[in-house]
Design a protein around this ligand. Structure first.
Ligand code: FMN
Length: 362
């Protein structure tokens, strides 16, 4: 069982599809929440709809660490440091990468909502990013259509390879804003990366601070998930729920270092390849760029009906990160994000807080 899908149950549930827009009432079931959260983009929805697209991006531990400010021709996205994860992400690298994922979703959603979006960053980007918006006729965009189906799918894939045309499309999508997207598909090199993932997972599972932080973001059942609308829910791993008190007690028995490492081995061996994203600079601007590139890669993968999941242990554990950079021949550059990809079934989507919870009052 994956550490980030821990105690998330035992049986697969049917994938859920997006439905027409519903009012933002509090949903009373996970299925209703998914229908409301992942409904199609409304072309007339304006800036708030772009913000909604942003909130649907991948983000570390599903903490949703962002705040949005709206102006007539601009959206600003700022870090929400109250949602930082100091154990796994002490320098806020993942937090800023998550902002980059949201920026890319908004860029891709903009044509559907009648805008062209130009991302802007101040040189250090420590305050986040902006989107300058120009009005346009609403237009289709295949990557925006993939936005509502993208997910982090932490399951086994089918073990098949991809065509070179598919790999080219993925590599192009992931090479954005001067970020290098390196694809690894040779079995021997994938096995070498698996070894880094296993070493990283073992180090993290032996670290009480990492485990305490991870557990604080686990949502063990639908009630918990619906109350918080954030964190790592049981459903998005396709497994039934447990009462929180029972889940916490069972944790040390069901989530062992060995069982987690076995899962990673199976999952990586069933994948068609691994992508590593390397930003041009090791600072918030570079981390945002890495997030944008990774999110565009994910949207392109989804458009090709592929799945993907993050396997970031080699870049999260500092001592391993340097070895991993050397393995990749990166010199002084920092490897930012690592994902595996391939074909496989979908799982139920994760939840998000409503946009009123993340938009600054006017
Ligand atoms: C910067 C970043 C780091 C992440 N690291 C991991 C990871 O190491 N392992 C993992 O399983 N998921 C990881 N995720 C995926 C998030 O947990 C996931 O995006 C979030 O739970 C929302 O789910 P969704 O992507 O299915 O919408 C990461 C996402 C981001 C943006």
């Amino acid at each position: 069982m994956h550490r980030r899908s821990l105690i998330s149950g035992l049986a697969m549930t049917a994938p859920m599809t997006a439905a027409p827009a519903l009012a933002e009432a509090s949903p009373d079931s996970y299925e209703a929440a998914v229908q409301q959260i992942w409904r199609p983009l409304a072309p007339a929805g304006g800036l708030r709809e772009l913000v909604r697209a942003g909130t649907l991006a991948a983000n570390s531990h599903n903490t949703q660490p962002w705040r949005f400010a709206l102006a007539p021709d601009r959206i600003t996205i700022r870090p929400d440091f109250s949602r930082r994860c100091p154990a796994v992400d002490p320098d806020d690298h993942h937090l800023f990468a998550s902002l980059g994922c949201a920026v890319e979703n908004m860029v891709q959603a903009a044509p559907i909502c009648g805008f062209q979006a130009h991302p802007t960053l101040d040189p250090a980007a420590s305050q986040g990013a902006g989107l300058a918006l120009e009005r346009r006729q609403p237009a289709g965009n295949p990557l925006a259509e993939a936005l509502m189906r993208r997910q982090s799918t932490r399951s086994d894939y089918d073990g098949q390879t991809l065509s070179s045309a598919e790999l080219d499309q993925l590599a192009r999508a992931g090479s954005l804003a001067k970020v290098e997207c390196r694809l690894v598909t040779e079995p021997a090199r994938m096995t070498a990366i698996l070894d880094y993932v296993v070493q990283g997972n073992s180090a993290q599972m032996r670290d009480p601070a990492f485990m305490a932080e991870l557990i604080s973001w686990l949502r063990f059942n639908d009630r918990m998930a619906l109350e918080r609308l954030d964190g790592l829910s049981t459903r998005s791993s396709g497994r039934p729920a447990l009462p929180a008190w029972l889940a916490r007690r069972l944790l040390p028995w069901v989530m062992t270092e060995a069982s987690e490492n076995d899962s990673y081995a199976r999952q990586i061996r069933s994948s068609a390849g691994i992508a590593v994203f390397v930003a041009p600079s090791n600072d918030p601007a570079g981390w945002i760029a890495a997030g944008r590139a990774c999110q565009r890669f994910a949207l392109q993968a989804t458009a090709l009906d592929l799945r993907l999941a993050f396997i970031n242990q080699p870049v999260e554990v500092p001592s391993l990160r340097a070895q991993f950079a050397a393995f990749l021949g990166l010199g002084e550059r920092r490897p930012d994000l690592v994902v595996r990809f391939g074909r496989g079934p979908t799982l139920p989507p994760s939840l998000r807080r409503p946009i009123d919870a993340v938009i600054d009052p006017a």
